[in-house]
Design a protein. Structure first.
Ligand code: NAD
Length: 541
């Protein structure tokens, strides 16, 4: 068979784009027996970054132009409050409306651009982030306190989102399909078209991955956007938008806005030029945006919200695996993950052994400055979280039994950051705030059960339904669990972590019940469709 060269080249490009593979930086260094190289690269990146901490000003970006506002806020590191990371511009209402106008203007051209051209730009973005991954990960360490393994994974996930969504666009032919036609002279086509300008609001805990994921979702599908990072993590977002611009993103496609969250939220909601809002954050803020937006106009709201994620440990569980999985899920990044495990229901016959093993795992967690190679657990994000920790420890000491932790870390330099110990509490009743509310802290509540159905009911009693897990060797229990658990992301007998660690393209990530609004997970095959509306075209010859 003779292959037409032009056609071959065209498809070769598609095939390269389509073959999605997770980045997995640290895992790949380990596989290649190069852990030392990984650490050297990280140490070098940290060293050169710390030289940069010189009270720099950070602008907003409108129409690809950097604008430094006079009004700014001081941005300090949770790792060490003596480190000033910079001064961040606070956008005014007038400038924010200019940013929205600029996105509105650029929509006309960007939405009409062939999606393959959009992909080419975004592939450049992914490649540039990849080339700078250690520098960006080092920044994350100081900006949101993750250790180096979690930081690099956050950057990896950002790259994964871009590559995965590019491959989704290509696989789906830009979301254009030919429909059935009962008449030969009639052609029926379904085309997914972008809405317009999106308001994008990100949380602090995955300031690279989630920020990039939501932005790419909007712009790869032909929308434009105004994007706000969390107030605690504005620099990483800024660096990524800089990379996007250097990679060829036209002016106005993505405008970067920082400042007062409540004011920005109000203006975005009020603006009729905003055609959709994508939000990841707490349930309360997400709900407020959702309700208020509905009063202004009809438009899609994609919201990924909080969780209160349970793990069931049954009588037949591999207790070592369960203890390791729960310890990682509850305490990695200090429980500051929407997927963190915060409730364990353990069968009463194995409770004692499970708790012993869990505590054994938890005692091995190194609490250190996040820039230290040996750090497992760094600081909480800010003083509010720190105060909450103290408040909930106090409640725990009255309402249950603290089995481990509950302490503030004050030794040495740790006193300059928001460092606390992992905390395990037993026997707090279900209707207590500690079991019901998402605390977003390294705080785990353990309760025992007799009957499996009882554990399942307790899991499902929560208003949230994000992730959930079980450790069991009983097939019936496992079947019961996967068939009845009310959660969007479900794990069985996972060693790595009971409820956290979803990977783009492997586990689509989205919440049920009060954990999300749209029911379609990020990093999954239905995600992009939410940023487009369908047009059915019937063309008669
Ligand atoms: P948050 O709700 O406090 O803030 C999220 C974003 O909203 C930030 O950018 C913040 O500045 C902004 N914001 C706050 N008040 C606002 C208002 N009135 N109007 C507009 N914007 C406003 O959440 P956070 O503390 O940054 O992140 C933690 C929360 O995010 C947790 O509840 C966690 O479960 C959730 N989360 C969910 C997922 C998911 O995929 N389901 C992923 C990550 C985080």
């Amino acid at each position: 068979m003779v292959i037409d060269n032009k056609l071959f080249n065209k498809y070769k490009i598609y095939i390269i784009y389509m073959k999605f593979m997770n980045e997995l930086t640290y895992e790949n260094y380990i596989k290649r027996n190069q852990e030392d190289i990984f650490h050297t690269k990280f140490d070098n990146a940290i060293e050169s970054l710390t030289k940069e901490f010189n009270n720099e000003d950070y602008p907003v970006i409108i129409n690809n132009e950097k604008i430094y506002t006079r009004d700014k806020y001081k941005h300090i590191s949770p790792v060490d409050r003596r480190i000033i990371l910079g001064y961040v511009s606070k956008i005014s209402d007038r400038l924010l409306n200019e940013a929205i106008d600029s996105s509105f203007q650029s929509f006309k051209e960007w939405s009409k651009l062939d999606y393959r051209k959009r992909i080419r730009i975004l592939k450049n973005v992914a490649n540039t982030i990849r080339s700078n991954k250690f520098q960006l990960a080092a920044l994350l360490i100081f900006e949101n306190g993750k250790n180096r393994y979690e930081s690099i994974a956050d950057i990896d996930e950002a790259i994964d989102f871009i590559n995965y969504y590019c491959s989704n666009m290509i696989k789906n032919n830009g979301y254009v399909t030919i429909n059935t036609s009962i008449e030969r002279t009639q052609k029926n086509i379904s085309i997914m078209k972008p809405y317009g300008v999106w308001g994008i609001i990100s949380p602090f805990n995955f300031p690279a991955a989630i920020f990039v994921g939501m932005n790419i979702g909007a712009i790869i599908t032909g929308n434009t956007a105004v994007a706000k990072p969390a107030s605690n993590t504005p620099i990483i977002g800024y660096k990524i938008v800089e990379i996007m611009i250097e990679s060829g993103l036209p002016p106005g496609v993505l405008n970067y806005i920082t400042g007062d969250a409540v004011k920005i939220g109000k203006t975005i909601i009020k603006s009729k030029k905003i055609s959709g809002i994508v939000f990841t954050g707490s349930k309360d803020v997400g709900y407020t945006l959702y309700k208020k937006s509905a009063n202004i106009k009809s438009r899609p709201i994609i919201a990924e919200l909080g969780g209160k994620n349970p793990t069931i440990v049954t009588m037949t569980a591999d207790l070592n695996r369960a203890a390791e999985g729960v310890s990682r899920a509850a305490f990695s990044y200090g429980g500051q993950k929407c997927s963190a495990c915060s409730r364990v229901y353990v069968h009463k016959n194995v409770k004692k052994q499970f708790i012993e093993r869990l505590i054994l795992n938890v005692t091995k967690i190194n609490i250190e400055n996040s820039d230290n190679r040996n750090c497992d657990l760094g600081p909480l994000i800010n003083s509010d979280a720190f105060q909450n920790f103290k408040k909930y420890v106090d409640i725990a000491s009255h309402e249950g039994k603290i089995l481990y932790g509950g302490k503030i870390m004050n030794e040495g330099d740790l006193k300059y950051g928001y460092y606390v110990t992992p905390t395990i509490v037993e026997g707090v009743p279900f209707d207590n705030v500690l079991v019901k509310k998402e605390l977003f802290l390294p705080f785990l509540c353990i309760n025992e059960f007799n009957q499996f159905s009882e554990a399942l009911n307790l899991c499902n009693k929560s208003e949230y339904g994000l992730t959930a897990a079980i450790y069991s060797k009983d097939k019936k229990e496992i079947d019961d669990f996967v068939n009845n658990i009310e959660a969007g992301v479900v794990y069985v007998n996972r060693h790595k972590s009971s409820t956290t660690g979803a990977l783009v393209g492997n586990q689509s990530f989205g919440g049920w019940k009060n954990s999300g609004i749209s029911g379609k997970g990020t990093g999954g095959k239905y995600y992009l469709t939410q940023f487009m509306r369908e047009q059915s075209q019937t063309i008669v010859e």
